[in-house]
Design a protein around this ligand. Structure first.
Ligand SMILES: Cc1ncc(COP(=O)(O)O)c(C=O)c1O
Length: 368
């Protein structure tokens, strides 16, 4: 976590009337400008009028849903997807289309076929496609450029909006950056969510939406929270404008890479029956349990041993759906997070999982 005491002091001493008053509806002007420059470096051309500051990416997702969705609409998500996104989207009374992923990310061909089939059945096409193209939560997959192009083309041809939720984009350890969906979009289909949660600290609760000016203004009219906290916005701006973010991110990448490498080494030596693909960045490893194992039970037993991990089932909309879905796949997976725990804790934690797996040294499944 960055030390923000100096910036907090500047914010409260020099900008008292700004930071303790209601904020401008769309956010502090200098922060919106800073975000534009930051996005520009990443190939996204937007002006400050195309940015709204929100209380984190989740709030941004909620506002986009409020803008676009009506009960009975349909939303496409990957299977699995970010579990906190599911109830947000679902609260708008929509139906989900689950789209499988492979190592290149969301299968756009499958999505296209699903939409064609729905058309033949007189069912609506999705109004919105939600995805996490960089170091996906929970799978860690990064979508290839080829797929990204395919996705923005499909969305443009059908007039469907895309929500690009990419909080882990900067946390790349290996491999080359892939252009964002927003940077490839020539049709204004993409609403890009950004957040300082993973860049700086989640408790700050500051994020943004980048979209067309018209949509940003409409979202501004729907944002009924009295404005996102100006004190926090000013603190973040002072930190970023002083050029401190780059070195902080270098440190974050270095630390988390060590964490990831420790987790991979521990999984390889202690739990070789858990299968996974090493992610190039982000926070997560998506691991497959041996075939007959139940991931809910596994997560419970891990917790009883002091190891917190998430059962794969939580990342599928089927878990929350009241209609038939194809989500059984989630039950054999768990999501392991390497960001918060120290390398020593990661090693000790994975070693404790060893006893839960059916191998020569372990307790058998019947005894678990
Ligand atoms: C896919 C995804 N979106 C958004 C967030 C965070 O959102 P916020 O900016 O609201 O903290 C996370 C954090 O876990 C995430 O994994």
């Amino acid at each position: 976590m960055p030390d923000l005491t100096g910036e907090a002091e500047i914010a409260l001493r020099r900008y008292r009337s700004e930071t303790l008053q209601y904020a401008p509806l769309l956010g502090l002007a200098p922060l919106r400008e800073w975000i534009c420059n930051y996005l520009q470096v990443d190939g996204v051309k937007v002006s400050p009028e195309q940015i709204i500051i929100v209380n984190g990416a989740k709030h941004g997702l909620d506002l986009i849903c409020r803008l676009l969705l009506d009960p009975g609409d349909c939303v496409a998500v990957t299977a699995p997807t970010y579990f906190t996104g599911i109830p947000i989207i679902r609260s708008y009374g929509v139906e989900f289309i689950e789209v499988p992923q492979d190592e290149e990310g969301m299968s756009v061909d499958t999505l296209h076929h699903q939409i064609e089939r729905r058309k033949r059945e007189n069912r609506p096409a999705p109004k919105l496609i939600y995805d996490i193209p960089d170091f996906h939560n929970p799978t860690g997959i990064t979508m290839s450029k080829r797929r990204r192009l395919q996705l923005v083309e499909l969305a443009a041809s059908l007039g469907v909006a895309i929500v690009e939720d990419s909080p882990y984009r900067e946390i790349r350890f290996t491999g080359a950056q892939v252009p964002s969906l927003k940077s490839l979009d020539t049709n204004d289909s993409v609403f890009q969510l950004g957040t300082f949660s993973k860049l700086m600290a989640p408790g700050l609760r500051i994020g943004w939406i980048a979209a067309t000016q018209e949509n940003i203004e409409r979202i501004g009219r729907l944002k009924s929270d009295g404005g996102t906290c100006p004190l926090t916005q000013r603190i973040i701006y002072e930190y970023c404008a002083a050029g401190k973010l780059a070195s902080h991110l270098d440190l974050v990448r270095k630390r988390y890479q060590e964490h990831r490498d420790t987790m991979i080494a521990s999984l390889t030596s202690f739990t070789p029956k858990m299968r996974f693909k090493a992610p190039d960045g982000g926070y997560y490893i998506w691991a497959r349990l041996p075939r007959e194992m139940d991931s809910n039970l596994f997560a419970k037993q891990a917790l009883a041993r002091g190891v917190e991990l998430f059962s794969g089932e939580q990342f599928f909309v089927g878990k929350f759906a009241d209609y038939p879905v194809n989500s059984a796949a989630g039950s054999g997976y768990v999501r392991l997070s390497f960001s918060f725990a120290s390398p020593a804790q990661i090693e000790a934690g994975i070693a404790r999982l060893m006893d839960l797996l059916p191998n020569d040294r372990a307790v058998s499944r019947d005894k678990m």
